[in-house]
Write a protein that binds this ligand. Structure first.
Ligand code: PLP
Length: 427
């Protein structure tokens, strides 16, 4: 007979037995290896703003935070329609809805590249695209490495190290518009190198590579037979007079996984829609392509509502919207560059696109500060202006300035930075 009471008292005795009641719940190694390098650095700073001055954050890489930059009406309309139609409430293929893939293929084919819908994989933001690409190419259990840019976006390191893949840096050269040091790049590659990451246009540099420079990078990748992961989330976000060149448009023979999405150019980072384009002239990525599709099954694909809206987002968002966004960013870049160039002790580097600018601190002129971290912290304390220190991007002694803030705030921030430098500059 079933005796509930007995069962209950048994279970109570188990709970009370300290020898049996040993819980040992620990996060996995891969979870423990997952680090947010920006947070680690920023959390270690003592950020106390000056109570007399309102805080101006030139640190947040989200163009929507100040409310001055908004998605186009057409972009918003596209989601409204998809929602009301009610056709995108269910699951679709985990690599993406066919029509949405077709729309991405057409959208990107405009830039001298012919892309087929079957070369497109939709992901949950470009970060997820990058995660798939690093995971599919690099094997931690085989001691493989990936080669990434310095300065660069810290997520490549986060994604690689968390699966036991080593990262190696190749230097970008500030005095050459942040072009890669090709000899240095080459010196980092060995037989364990699974991929080279190229971020163009670049966060945090704001640089946009010329066709010739991209060819030089791809030539090295070809020589060593190393595939390229091209992070092109800032595609076409370049200032007037500059040209964006996609790595896939050069037909270099190098297999390339291009990562992109709508987060930055369409000003909707929270919508979490990214893509991978498998660019494979010689069919060397057939197995990788299959494995990428398998990886998308881990989360059964990205948000289908945004996928449903994607064809209309990509077709209807007018050129005038992009022109206006670029105009604002270029103006802000010019303003910040001029102000900071005339600030003793700082050397700004004029970007060619994106939403960022790097500024070098001539540390020897500021003996009061041990390093750029202390400089950034004191600037917050005295002027309530915060920029991410270069340490977040593996380039100490620099600051990254975000150019998406409203013009009057940027102007005020630059004026305060100038005062701060004047106060601490030593001749
Ligand atoms: C913002 C950013 C991403 C991530 O984009 P999401 O679509 O928001 O995931 C990827 N790469 C770089 C260089 C970025 O600046």
């Amino acid at each position: 007979m079933y005796d509930r009471k007995l069962e209950k008292s048994e279970s109570v005795s188990i709970i009370e037995d300290p020898k049996i009641n040993v819980w040992n719940v620990e996060p996995s190694t891969s979870a423990n290896n997952c680090r947010n390098f920006i947070r680690e650095i920023v959390d270690n700073l003592d950020l106390q703003p000056n109570p007399e001055k309102s805080v101006i954050a030139l640190s947040i890489g989200d163009p929507t935070v100040y409310g001055n930059l908004k998605a186009a009406e057409e972009t918003v309309e596209a989601v409204k329609s998809a929602l009301v139609e009610g056709l995108f409430n269910g699951y679709v293929a985990s690599s993406g809805h066919q029509e949405a893939k077709q729309a991405v293929a057409e959208y990107l084919s405009q830039n001298d590249v012919q892309i087929d819908a079957n070369d497109v994989i939709l992901c949950s933001g470009c970060s997820s695209s990058l995660e798939h690409c690093i995971t599919v190419l690099a094997d931690g259990t085989k001691n493989q490495n990936i080669v990434i840019p310095r300065p660069g976006f810290p997520i490549y390191r986060t994604l690689a190290e968390h699966i036991g893949v080593e990262v190696r840096y190749y230097n970008l050269m500030p005095e050459n518009n942040w072009e890669a040091d090709l000899d240095h790049l080459e010196s980092q590659i060995d037989e364990k190198t699974a991929a080279i990451v190229v971020n163009n246009p670049s966060n945090p540099c704001g640089s946009s590579f010329s066709e010739e420079h991209l060819r030089n990078i791809l030539e090295i990748a070809y020589r060593y037979r190393v595939p390229v992961i091209a992070d092109e989330i800032y595609e076409n976000l370049v200032f007037p007079g500059e040209k964006f060149v996609s790595a896939a448009s050069l037909n270099s023979g190098v297999p390339i996984l291009v990562c992109g999405g709508i987060a930055k150019r369409f000003l909707v980072p929270g919508w979490r829609l990214g893509w991978i384009i498998v660019h494979d002239e010689f069919g060397v990525l057939n197995n990788v392509r299959k494995a990428l599709n398998s990886l998308t099954q881990r989360i059964i694909g990205s948000n289908t509502l945004i996928q449903g809206a994607l064809p209309a987002i990509l077709k209807n968002t007018p050129q005038s919207f992009f022109d206006s966004l670029i105009g604002t960013l270029a103006n802000n870049a010019k303003l910040a560059f001029e102000r900071l160039q005339s600030t003793e002790g700082l050397t700004p580097f004029m970007p060619q696109g994106t939403m960022y600018m790097l500024v070098e601190i001539q540390m020897e002129k500021f003996p009061a500060f041990a390093d750029g971290l202390e400089f950034a912290q004191k600037m917050m304390e005295e002027e309530s202006v915060f920029c991410l220190p270069g340490e977040c991007f593996a380039i100490p002694g620099f600051l990254r300035i975000v150019l998406t803030v409203p013009e009057d705030l940027l102007e005020e921030a630059c004026a305060r930075m100038m005062e701060f430098c004047k106060r601490h500059y030593k001749h």
